[in-house]
Design a protein around this ligand. Sequence first.
Ligand code: TXA
Ligand code: MG
Length: 315
Amino acid sequence: MKNIYSNIYSFNKKTLKKTVNFLNHGNIAALPTETVYGLAGNAYSRKAINKIFRLKKRPKKNPLIVHYNDFRNAKNDVILNKNFFKLYKKFCPGPITFVLKKTKKTQITPVVTAGLNTVAIRFPKNKIIKSTLTSIKFPLAMPSANKSSSLSPVTAFDVFEEFKNKIDIIINGGKSKIGIESTVIDLSGKPKILRPGIISSNEIKKILKVSFSKQKSKIKSPGMMKKHYSPGIPIIIGAKSINKKYASIVFGKKYKKRTNFFNLSKKADLKEAASNLYKIMREIKKKGYKKIFVSNIPNKGPGIAINDRLKRAAQ
Ligand code: TXA
Ligand code: MG
């Protein structure tokens, strides 16, 4: 029988070489990171970036995050400021993205930034993406490896489900540890959180003053667009399903085991809950449930990021 997952590869010297070769030629590859899997392409190549937008069916006005191995490699492309260094020291490499002003001599192709004068940059921690970044001479633009507005993938098989054989190479790095996308913080002016993540505003507040960007103001981060992160079935927040035909996402130990109940974290650990969120929503969809009810999740720490994704998924 033919292996349908013929484009999923395990990570080793040979597949690293293959990936690097692809990237060097303006092609794209799906790679694991500690947050979610990404669709990677040379951030300096218009050809590569256009491919990413086409595959994802992503609106051209939604800019991509550029990934580097080290801040020294980013100096040419973005203006690194004091606030950046404060957060970099504490959180990098890790699940945080910084929006900074572009330099005049930047090599980043304008499609990446949707014509904005800022760039979002990130320094991922996952070993596979790090060794890929150290083996190439350019940064990687890398959105989550899903079709625009659907759920971010947390395994190589999730990526396959999204794109089938339309991607030549998917590197299998196991399940993404964190399981939701990075915290995005705008440092181009007064620090503002554009997208909550596992690194919470309280953690950031220990280092610098920061506020949440107001939803009503014009969309600063298009990832803040209303419908996003959607499993493609209706989601009802703040309720529990009483009908066996519908799935319930619950949190904490008070819930008994039922076939249609999916617990984000039995021990009521918000980090664990975040890491299970997309995995569980994908599983529910696959099992054929027609609706998802979600019981209340505490709105603190990683819970803020979970509720943010749920709200958008429910739009
Ligand atoms: O964890 C992550 O950040 C993952 C992994 C693969 O690194 N990537 C990811 O990329 O989530 P994506 O494209 O799905 O989300 C990028 C977010 C979007 O909300 C986008 O609008 C925002 O970052 N963004 C990118 N450039 C921006 C900019 N210059 N100004 C404001 N927001 C920006
Ligand atoms: Mg995304």
